[in-house]
Design a protein around this ligand. Sequence first.
Ligand SMILES: C[S@@+](CC[C@H](N)C(=O)[O-])C[C@H]1O[C@@H](n2cnc3c(N)ncnc32)[C@H](O)[C@@H]1O
Length: 256
Amino acid sequence: MLVTSETVSRLRAAGCVFAEDEAAVLTEAAGDAATLDAMVERRVAGEPLEQVVGYADFCGLRVRLRPGVFVPRMRSELLVRLALRSAKQQSVVVDLCCGSGALGMAVHHTLPDITLHAADLDPVAVACARENLRAGVHQGDLYDALPAHLRGRIDVLIANVPYVATRHIAFLPAEARDHEPHTALDGGDDGLAIFRAVAERAREWLSPGGVLLSEITEAQSAAAIAIADGNGLTATVASDDDLDAYAIIARPVPAR
Ligand SMILES: C[S@@+](CC[C@H](N)C(=O)[O-])C[C@H]1O[C@@H](n2cnc3c(N)ncnc32)[C@H](O)[C@@H]1O
């Protein structure tokens, strides 16, 4: 099917900034006129493009997505890069709070011999991650979801936890606010409630030389380092200006 000016106009009228590009993506994904009409309708109503077409492009990979699952953000490429810096073939890598599983999928793509596990609280995200990962995908609250044999053995723990402060949720773009579950966004009063819970038990689950990687905001840096410090971890913050991304890198302080 060819992209029509009507499709472009409907998207533009709804405020889509990249109406031509989106029209091309929707037309290709739809395949027939009726499906395209339904997809444009959903997009015009504000649903993220990635949820409408059922995929997101992340780190050069096509990640399957479904309605109600967090859309992987380009800035999270920083976490993938940091994970690849620490992981080796045979490493045990866990993608905690995995959503679609995009981050674990990207690490696994570069290092196919890692042992990868992923987990999320949300059954819809878990079902989506199972489509993207051949790894074990577990459902449950943070570490409670993981097999017990991973305790003390995780070399790279990627935890892209929700980190938006509750009072800031109202100011997110409508696409996120209305179409991504608040459990995927809401990090409590200071945005660090879930990171705090992850840090509290990180020493128990990481291997002695392991690392915890978590996305944060610049403003959260000092508080996140203090949380890590209070839980027997030594931390630094990495950033990438192009991606507008910040991540905390935390390692267990060696026992004396
Ligand atoms: C910001 S999204 C990140 C998703 C994915 N890692 C990504 O970057 O695309 C946070 C994810 O954490 C999950 N989550 C929230 N609270 C959780 C908890 N207590 N235990 C496990 N997963 C949780 C949400 O369901 C959501 O999928």
